[in-house]
Design a protein around this ligand. Structure first.
Ligand SMILES: [Zn+2]
Length: 105
């Protein structure tokens, strides 16, 4: 199973981090506010319960980078919609403007 970096971008420029499962093409749904040890974020049976999820953009560095739109909750630290880029209305190749330069390769 391949884990690539996943970054979630909120509209106020807050970034959150997780891993992207690059063989199944699915963003892991548990977020952290820092990038450290992002590959170790475990599976958990939980979800957003506050109803305050927001429109976000999310992307991965896999395959030279691609990104798409979905929803996530910064309070519950969860992706709530759009885990799979194939479900997105639009998907873009490369890195978005908000993707930190130091995490491009
Ligand atoms: Zn929530």
């Amino acid at each position: 199973m391949g884990k690539s970096l996943g970054i979630i971008h909120f509209e106020d420029d807050t970034l959150m981090f997780t891993w992207y499962q690059n063989t199944a093409d699915v963003m892991h749904d548990i977020l952290r506010p820092t990038i450290e040890n992002y590959r170790d974020i475990p599976y958990e049976e939980s979800e957003c319960t506050c109803g305050k999820d927001e429109s976000v953009q999310m992307g991965t560095d896999y395959g030279g980078g691609y990104w798409w739109e979905g929803r996530a909750c910064r309070h519950c630290l969860r992706v709530t919609k759009g885990h799979m880029p194939i479900e997105a209305v639009v998907e873009w190749d490369g890195y978005p403007e908000w993707w930190p330069e130091k995490y491009r390769w």
